[in-house]
Design a protein around this ligand. Structure first.
Ligand SMILES: Nc1nc2c(ncn2[C@@H]2O[C@H](COP(=O)(O)OP(=O)(O)OP(=O)(O)O)[C@@H](O)[C@H]2O)c(=O)[nH]1
Ligand SMILES: [Mg+2]
Length: 276
């Protein structure tokens, strides 16, 4: 599996693209669907022609929700940088590019969306100019319309190529699972979801939770799901939901990280996300 985040200005068609690619609804909240605007992270996935599974973390473009965007992009190895043909490069295109670069993301695709509304060439040139000289300077570009379907087959092919060239995560390395949601399921207890960037997690494993402002705490994986299906074992890169024993809901939040028990924290970059 690979995990890819969206990035780009508000209303440039990120969620529409994820919906068109996966057939799943990334805007989970009724409020998001009512306002036609992403507020919190959305999750969806698809199987590409090669058989590779790609999960998307769909981020909000609105500047008010940039902290959610950061939490989504933080652990992923690649982004879909989405720029609308009819609007071109906008403030959050630039802000998201800065964030993506700062977080160490080095690959992805430039997608010129809404190409049915305007000839995409101008927006494409403008975006490539902005990307030039950054870590994402040489992104392959695909012009699409999620409405007419134009370019969508090429986008899927480009995603397959992207996934094939991304470095494989180290399954033997210490576990790093970045938490992006935590909630309670009645009868099961605390569940966290997140992106496992490296290592291997099995049901029954003891992990260590590194939480902002708290000392490390041991938790046990009681149950696990990946992409909506129960699983006994997973390796990075994966999207996972873990049911954790020994963890009150209020002791875990977005931005916390689950590690191999006893693993050194010394080399771990710490970032504290604020829930938007
Ligand atoms: N004509 C046309 N409209 C599109 C296309 N893609 C998206 N839209 C429209 O553009 C608007 C914004 O699309 P969204 O997918 O919600 O944009 P977004 O980037 O997810 O927006 P935020 O999550 O709020 O940042 C919606 O009204 C979509 O229907 C497209 O390819 N063609
Ligand atoms: Mg959206």
């Amino acid at each position: 599996m690979q995990v890819i985040a969206t990035a780009g200005h508000v209303d440039h068609g990120k969620s529409t693209l994820v919906r068109a690619l996966t057939g799943m609804e990334p805007d989970r909240w009724a409020e998001e669907r009512r306002r036609g605007m992403t507020i919190d992270l959305g999750f969806a996935w698809t199987t590409l022609a090669s058989g590779a599974v790609v999960a998307f973390v769909d981020v909000p473009g609105h500047e008010r929700f940039v902290s959610n965007m950061l939490a989504g992009v933080g652990p992923v190895p690649a982004v879909l940088m989405v720029v609308a043909a009819d609007e071109g490069w906008m403030p959050q295109s630039a802000e998201h590019l800065d964030a993506v670069e700062a977080l160490g993301v080095r690959d992805g695709l430039l997608v010129i969306s809404r190409s049915d509304l305007m000839e995409p060439e101008l927006a494409r040139e403008e975006a490539l100019e902005q990307l030039a000289g950054t870590a994402l300077g040489r992104l392959p570009t695909v012009c699409v319309s999620a409405v007419t379907g134009a370019g969508m087959a090429r986008l899927r092919a480009a995603l397959d190529e992207l996934v094939a060239r991304l470095p494989a995560a180290d399954a033997l390395a210490d576990v790093r699972l970045w938490v992006d949601r935590a909630f309670t399921i009645r009868g099961a207890g605390t569940v966290v979801t997140g992106t496992l960037t490296q290592g291997r997690v099995r049901v029954g494993d003891e992990l260590e939770l590194a939480a902002a402002g708290a000392s490390a705490r041991r938790v046990t994986v009681r149950g696990m799901q990946s992409l909506g299906e129960p699983t006994e074992e997973a390796v990075g890169v994966s999207r996972l939901a873990l049911n954790l024993r020994g963890l009150p809901r209020e002791s875990v939040a977005r931005g916390d990280v689950l590690l191999t028990a006893g693993a050194s924290l010394v080399a771990l970059p710490r970032t504290t996300w604020v829930e938007g």
